[in-house]
Design a binder for this molecule. Sequence first.
Ligand SMILES: Cc1cc2nc3c(=O)[nH]c(=O)nc-3n(C[C@H](O)[C@H](O)[C@H](O)COP(=O)(O)O)c2cc1C
Length: 316
Amino acid sequence: MTNFWLSLKKPFFVLAPMDDVTDIVFRDVVEKVYPPDVFFTEFVSIEGLASKGRENVIRKLKRNIKSNKPLVAQIWGRNLDDYIKATKDIRKMGFDGIDINMGCPERGIVRRGYCGGLIGQYSEVESIIKAAKKGAGTIPVSVKTRIGIDHAITNDWFSFLLKQDLAAITVHARTVKEMSKVEAHYDEIKKVVKLRDELSKNTLIIGNGDITSYKKGLDLVKETGVDGVMIGRGIFKDIFIFDPKKKEHTLKEMIDILTYHLDKYEDNTDYKSFQILKKFFKIYVNNFDGANDLRIELMQTNSVREVKNILVNRDF
Ligand SMILES: Cc1cc2nc3c(=O)[nH]c(=O)nc-3n(C[C@H](O)[C@H](O)[C@H](O)COP(=O)(O)O)c2cc1C
């Protein structure tokens, strides 16, 4: 297995890992509509994978083997033995890369020293990356993180990470404390690119935070020098966000994509509840006369069949 990151044409675009969003179903939809260059899974607990509840956790690693795009499994945890075991499993499952989450801001998680709570924990993080690499073997290991916990420590934190020989680092340009409540600090991403140029030429830097269009992604590349751009919530505003050419899309097209999404969900109903599926409706049923009423109607359904019945009885 080669390091797929090195074969990407720059600048490349990545769909951000999002819990209960970037599962096998939604990744399939995005790939059909207009794929990014790289996909990530939702974050997966390595300690969960090693527990009695493994069956529930491992579903997050379901993947479509027919996909043509690299897929990175994102993991989180602290236990070193579990890192080795999980990364070995993930390599055997055929993933293209492994990413370690060092950015999730959820208070309970951070307080226990997980995810965003790892920022600035230099010796623990060094051991975690070593353990992950041990299990990962030849597949590349990357890190997704923020610029600090309650204040930015960009210089120290990224200088340290850049010495760990990582394939890529995603910089979500906010502190843990800032969650997603303030604008992303792109000047901090620029600092990381500069550090990379000095310390680790082979590590790719991916910028993340508030990118709401392809064009805005290209602006970020120009402004900061990043190799790639990661987009999260922007996909909810525009399912075609990875298409470099901005086009008009018809309502019929949007309803066809929603129907495809429903079909894919039906192939994977073991995985996520219908209630979770409903939060995707606003992507497709938006910005046309009657969209509000239709969305309200769809939100009151209790099954895919009910949704499909409503859709087939309308003329779009
Ligand atoms: C619903 C949701 C779930 C998320 N889950 C994850 C996750 O599992 N792993 C992770 O690294 N980041 C997660 N994030 C953070 C995003 O990957 C991204 O860093 C953040 O949303 C900022 O990018 P954006 O402004 O483009 O959305 C999540 C964000 C959202 C909105």
